[in-house]
Write a protein that binds this ligand. Structure first.
Ligand code: DGJ
Length: 720
């Protein structure tokens, strides 16, 4: 619900209020973001706000802007915090002072051209600010939902004059939080250790979470959690800030003892530049701001619902996921029909429905030194081409999926030999190679068109139901010969716009193909990619213990349905660790489930367990796709991992847990279930226990006595 009268504004979501006003001197002042307030409270908040608003009678009035909570930070005029945007005019001046101009309200959410965005619903407030010193106007967008705690923000920067302006920074939003003693939750990591949560107090100065990798990155996800004092997993207030964006980004939290906590974010400002000619507008990516007064768990559940219902394509958001086996860890590059057929044959016997052929099926791709870019089948490896493999799948009643890495090229490839200039490079700068490959210049339309053509050809000519879109290196030598010198700062953003363009075209042209995102594991796991691809490969690390931490962290701001999780062999290829097959299956069952091993080499016992896991997944997939997640025991803080998913109507739940190490005398441990209907009775099938939701929450359940990496999976059904 939006209340606005041109002087004061109140946005009300399910459990939050967000208030602003126009000061006497014409600035848009932020008044409140947090728990609900009423319209009648605005006058009171405006009164408090007067202490930080510029006093019209004071000759030094604009210096007060340094204290005022604001909605958009400008540069070199009174506010010394990081600006939200910087615009340089032809005379080199960057000073700006943005004041309120007008507002409008529209039904629905804005559809951003060329950028992933929130798809539906809501009501949008657009507040326009105008720069006193240039022809720049900024439209601030706020989309509010009565039934959600997610507020959608972005800004559109318009050049209303004739002279060209260079944007030097163009973040999407700013929000100032009053109060102190905030903590920050960040999702940091590395390859095979993506999105490990870390919580730390916010110190004085600017804390910046940033990726300059050209993608979201393994190292820092484009999410920032802000915890108020005493916030925990289950209670207290917190805020989530995340971008619907997949390229280089920055999120900042700036704290001074005399000012609120300023949160901002958007496209990475380092290296950024954008030419805005007269009459042009620049649309920044959307950001999701989520409020919770039910701790981090409540925040995650709001985000999960929002992403599933309003960002993922509705045609696939709740669609049954392929239950697949992927050949990557089974064969790597070393395969032929003789090696693949036994995997396919075995998959059918075990109830798996899709076989996915990973890297190595095309060009001269016998190792990672060659072939990328040559999207035609390697008939030396696959006699009879893809058709033979697909026919084998069909004979077994399986569907077929295929791996691509559309953005890449090897120097040893036909594509590179024909178009060396299509690879990103800067003459005079030595090429920075990674995995022996280069990145195609997706800022160039002809390159994107070419890739669309070759990938489409394969998809048209073959019966393919699933595509895994991989991306295995970061971007360097950010430069395109197709851009003039003064527009090279546009490169990184234009690159990701090219990726979005290809993703949009391919997913629209092949609506029946199920797309999965991937980036050397989970380096591009974000709400931007989820707009196109309903699920993403979470990490190359499928170890039965490491995955508990990765999946816990990923679930902070992404739904389980988005997380692709596979059972692989032991010793694990990344960690060398051996964990029980059952545990690997239980942990993977908390996501889009599948296998990543040579099924034909499994023992009979493993095959029997696989059949059970497949049945279990079929039984729980609705819960995984639609349920509410409760994180119960954090493996980063204790010797146990436990999470549960509860159906929206609370009639069913699924609890998965793991005891990490067999520490002596550590057995008298309980888990306290959450999210159940406290007044109802539930039967836990595996334990043959019936107890009330109240007892399961308050008295808890005694955990089983398990050895290293032992695990459990319990199914609960409401009985009364
Ligand atoms: C990285 C992915 O994360 C793996 O699953 C696999 O597809 C390889 N790339 C193939 O090169």
């Amino acid at each position: 619900m939006i209340h606005a009268d041109g002087k004061k504004f109140l946005l009300q979501g399910k459990n939050y209020g967000y208030a602003m006003c126009v000061t006497e001197t014409g600035f848009l002042q932020h008044l409140h973001y947090g728990g609900k307030i009423t319209e009648a409270d605005l006058q009171y908040l405006i009164g408090i706000g007067k202490s930080t608003a510029p006093d019209p009678a004071d000759v030094n009035k604009d210096m007060a802007l340094n204290l005022m909570p604001g909605e958009f930070g400008f540069y070199a005029h009174g506010d010394f915090r990081e600006p939200t945007a910087v615009f340089e005019r032809t005379d080199g001046a960057t000073v700006s002072r943005l004041r309120y101009e007008n507002y409008s309200i529209k039904q629905g959410a804005p559809a951003l051209q060329g950028l992933p965005h929130v798809r539906s619903g809501g009501e949008t407030l657009i507040v326009t600010l105008k720069d006193d010193f240039s022809d720049i106007a900024v439209d601030l967008y706020y989309t509010v939902y009565d039934d959600s705690d997610v507020l959608v923000r972005n800004a559109v920067i318009r050049n209303t004059g004739k002279e060209r302006v260079m944007l030097k920074k163009a973040f999407s939003f700013r929000v100032d939080l009053s109060g102190g003693n905030f903590k920050m939750l960040r999702l940091g990591g590395n390859w095979a250790r993506e999105r490990i949560p870390e919580i730390a107090p916010i110190a004085h100065g600017v804390t910046k979470l940033q990726s300059l990798y050209g993608c979201t990155s393994h190292m820092t996800n484009c999410f920032m959690g802000i915890l108020k004092e005493h916030c925990t997993e289950e209670c207290g207030e917190c805020f989530g800030v995340q971008l619907i964006y997949s390229g280089s980004f920055a999120l900042t939290a700036e704290w001074r003892k005399d000012a609120p906590l300023t949160l901002q974010g958007g496209i990475a400002d380092i290296g950024f530049g954008w030419e805005l000619c007269g009459g042009e507008a620049f649309t920044t990516p959307q950001a999701l701001l989520t409020y919770s007064d039910e701790g981090l768990g409540g925040m995650s559940r709001s985000i999960h619902d929002f992403i599933r219902e309003r960002i993922v394509n509705p045609a696939s958001a709740f669609r049954r996921r392929p239950l697949l086996v992927n050949n990557w860890e089974a064969t790597y590059f070393d395969f032929n029909n003789e090696k693949l057929f036994p995997i396919i044959d075995e998959a059918a016997k075990l109830g798996i429905d899709t076989f996915v052929l990973d890297d190595g099926w095309f060009g001269k791709r016998d190792s990672d030194w060659s072939g990328l870019g040559d999207w035609f089948v390697n008939e030396k490896k696959l006699k009879g081409g893809l058709k033979t493999v697909i026919d084998r799948c069909k004979q077994n009643g399986l569907k077929f999926g295929l791996w691509f890495e559309p953005e890449m090229v090897n120097e040893d490839s036909e594509l590179y030999r024909a178009h060396p200039d299509w690879a990103i490079h800067k003459e005079g700068a030595e090429l920075c190679r990674s995995r022996q490959q280069l990145v195609l210049d997706f800022t160039r339309k002809e390159v994107v068109d070419y890739v669309f053509g070759v990938v489409s050809k394969i998809l048209k000519e073959n019966d393919i139901s699933y595509v895994k879109w991989d991306m295995n290196r970061n971007i360097t030598e950010n430069y395109s010969a197709s851009l003039p010198a003064h527009r090279q700062g546009e490169f990184m953003h234009r690159y990701i716009l090219g990726v979005y363009d290809l993703a949009e075209r391919l997913t629209s042209a092949f609506p029946n193909v199920f797309f999965e995102g991937c980036a050397g594991g989970g380096a591009r796991f974000d709400a931007g990619m989820l707009y196109y691809f309903p699920q993403i490969w979470t990490s190359d690390d499928t170890d039965g213990f490491e995955r508990t931490k990765i999946q816990w962290g990923t679930s902070v701001c992404y739904p389980l349905s988005a997380m692709s999780c596979h059972v692989s062999v032991c010793p694990n290829h990344q960690t060398g660790r051996t964990t029980p097959f059952e545990t690997r299956g239980n942990v993977a069952s908390l996501g889009a489930f599948g296998y990543e091993l040579d099924l034909s080499k499994m023992t009979d016992e493993e095959k029997e367990l696989t059949k059970k896991q497949v049945d279990n997944y079929k039984r729980t997939e609705e819960l995984i796709l639609k349920g509410d997640l409760y994180r119960l025991m954090n493996p980063l803080e204790q010797n146990y991992f436990c999470e549960m998913v509860v159906s929206k109507d609370k009639t069913e739940a699924y609890v998965v847990g793991e005891r990490i190490l067999g520490i002596p005398c550590d057995y008298n441990q309980y888990v306290y279930l959450r999210g159940l209907d406290e007044e109802r009775l539930y039967h836990i099938e595996e334990l043959d226990i019936t107890a009330s939701g109240k007892a399961l929450a308050n008295a808890g359940l005694l955990l089983p006595k398990l050895r290293d990496f032992g695990s459990w999976a319990w199914h609960l059904k409401k009985v009364k």
